[in-house]
Design a protein around this ligand. Structure first.
Ligand code: AMP
Ligand code: MG
Length: 522
């Protein structure tokens, strides 16, 4: 990979842990530890993303080489690089968790390509000082999910880390999927993922919690200098601007999550990127029947802290933790509070515009609030598939009757026999108001449909789809991984040959592990 331009800004400019073992420990006064990936016994490339490769400076031919498999499985270390694990802390499920760190992530290096910087990071390449009680490994199941979803999110237009490669390690990994005392061996895998950096809210929280204020100042300045060079001015002004930029980017990301029905599942502050990109794909899921209270994460089934409808509030709460972490540099609460308040005010405004655009309403007025609230309510009267509902909505024409409109979206109903009496009434009423609204819009039916279909995806990585790809991959058949990878490159296109993926969750997936039930075990 001769064109990879190695840059090691993080390790060159920030304090390192002087210890070089991978023994689990508290790492003070340092932002990272140098580590070596664990060598896999027989690495085998399952899939690679050509687009991500080219983005960082790797060619199509290079993907096919032994060197590629070796480097991105941790078997071989690229010349001029020194892998490292980052030290960070975080709030998990609302509670302070202290030091966490890259327990099974190992940054290989930063690279520069076309004046952009990228960090290449392995997930599942073995123990680090931050592995706590775990093994630093990842199973094929969770690696397929992360690999496919990150790329799918990118093509949906949602800010995210990218996936470079998915490699089988050849080793067995022991996991208790449901944490119920039934551990079993699964195939191990390593994903290489790419982001501008893997700095998290928790990276700053750690320094403040330990009162390492000099490191905090250096680290914030490092981050601004390299990743937010547009921020200039007096130091205090810069820190505030940095916080505001992170808040803005986070808001934009959450808005996209809500638009496509993505539920992250583990929005702990150590899983929040300062770049406002989706990071750490674990027990995530997609809303199938529209239910704001839904979370795919069984570990969170009691409190549902990270349910779909709560994601904006959680993002604000997480930003509040970041504000606390930055506070010692700013020493003034009011401007931080203002940014936090504005986060929700702006979010609500933008959410309304986004939701209306999903409905094909591009000129808003007061009455539109009712259309939104009304729809959010009836979508829950009887299980209604979010993706199918919004996608098929673009077929409705201004001259349709309410009954014809209902016919056009009825494929979204999981239990069509429930659409009668009061529920049918509610739909008819809502569609009458909606059709009236459409008639006051300037766009023609065709123009509106085009705009709506660029916002409402036809294909998302439903959990059952990922699970089918996992089940096949377990039997050494990787064709479905590639099929879904290709399908999800164009999630807004009709792709008539892929009609079978424009379907509601099948009944068998309703209660199956990996489909409706996911845990943090990965
Ligand atoms: P997560 O919930 O995946 O974001 O993980 C929370 C923390 O646990 C992070 O510090 C991870 O690096 C660590 N962790 C998760 N799984 C493992 C594992 N298999 N081995 C070591 N550390 C892990
Ligand atoms: Mg994490």
């Amino acid at each position: 990979m001769k064109n990879l331009k190695i840059k090691n800004r993080f390790t060159a400019e920030l304090p390192a842990d002087p210890e070089l073992t991978n023994e689990v420990r508290q790492v003070k006064d340092a932002l990272f530890s140098f580590v070596n990936p664990t060598k896999p016994s027989s690495p085998e490339l399952i899939h690679a993303s050509l687009e991500t490769a080219q983005m960082v400076g790797i060619t199509a031919d290079e993907i096919q080489t032994k060197e590629f498999v070796n480097v991105f499985s941790g078997n071989e270390i690229l010349e001029g690089t020194r892998p490292f694990a980052m030290c960070y802390a975080g709030h998990q499920f609302g509670n302070w968790a202290g030091q966490l760190g890259d327990g099974r992530a190992i940054n290989l290096t930063e690279v520069e390509n076309d004046n952009e910087f990228f960090t290449l990071q392995l997930k599942g390449a073995g123990k680090t000082p931050y592995s706590r009680t775990a093994d630093g490994l990842a199973v094929l199941r969770s690696s397929v999910r992360e690999y496919l979803c990150a790329e799918a999110m990118h093509h949906l237009g949602v800010p995210t880390t990218r996936s470079l490669s998915l490699i089988l390690s050849g080793d067995q990994v022991l996991r208790d999927i449901l944490y119920n005392g039934n551990p079993a061996y699964e195939k191990g895998a390593v994903v290489c993922r790419v982001a501008p950096s893997f700095i998290r809210f928790g990276s700053f929280e750690m320094l403040t919690a330990r009162n390492e204020l000099k490191n905090l100042k250096n680290f914030v300045e490092f981050t601004i200098r390299h990743y937010f060079p547009e921020i200039t001015g007096e130091p205090k002004e810069q820190y505030l601007q940095f916080f505001k930029t992170v808040a803005d980017k986070t808001r934009e990301m959450i808005l996209h999550w809500q638009r496509v029905g993505f539920v992250h599942g583990v929005m702990n502050t150590d899983n929040m990127s300062i770049h406002g990109i989706t990071i750490d794909y674990g027990p995530y899921g997609w809303l199938e029947n529209y239910d704001p209270d839904w979370t795919p994460n069984t570990t969170d089934s009691q409190n549902r802290r990270y349910r779909y409808g709560n994601q904006p509030q959680v993002a604000q709460w997480n930003l509040f933790q970041l504000a606390n972490a930055l506070y010692p540099l700013i020493n003034e609460a009011a401007p931080l509070e203002k940014i936090l308040d504005d986060f929700m005010i702006n979010f609500e405004e933008e959410y309304k515009i986004m939701f209306l655009s999903k409905l094909g309403i591009f000129t808003s007025s007061e009455a539109d609030d009712k259309i939104i609230k009304g729809l959010e309510e009836i979508l829950q009267l009887s299980e209604t598939d979010m993706t199918i509902f919004f996608r098929n909505l673009s077929q409705i024409q201004k001259t349709d009757s309410a009954d014809l409109a209902i016919k056009k979206i009825e494929y979204a109903f999981y239990l069509p026999e429930e659409i009668r009496d009061k529920t049918l009434d509610a739909w008819q009423k809502w569609f009458s108001v909606y059709l009236k609204k459409l008639n006051s819009e300037l766009l023609s039916d065709e123009e509106r449909a085009i705009k709506m279909n660029a916002i409402n995806p036809r294909y998302v990585l439903r959990n059952y789809m990922a699970q089918l790809a996992i089940d096949a991959a377990d039997k050494n058949d990787y064709s479905l991984i590639d099929e879904l990878f290709q399908l999800l490159k164009n999630p807004y296109d009709e792709q008539p040959e892929s009609q079978k993926w424009f379907a509601k969750r099948p009944d068998w997936a309703r209660t199956k592990v990996g489909c409706s039930m996911l845990s943090c075990s990965s």
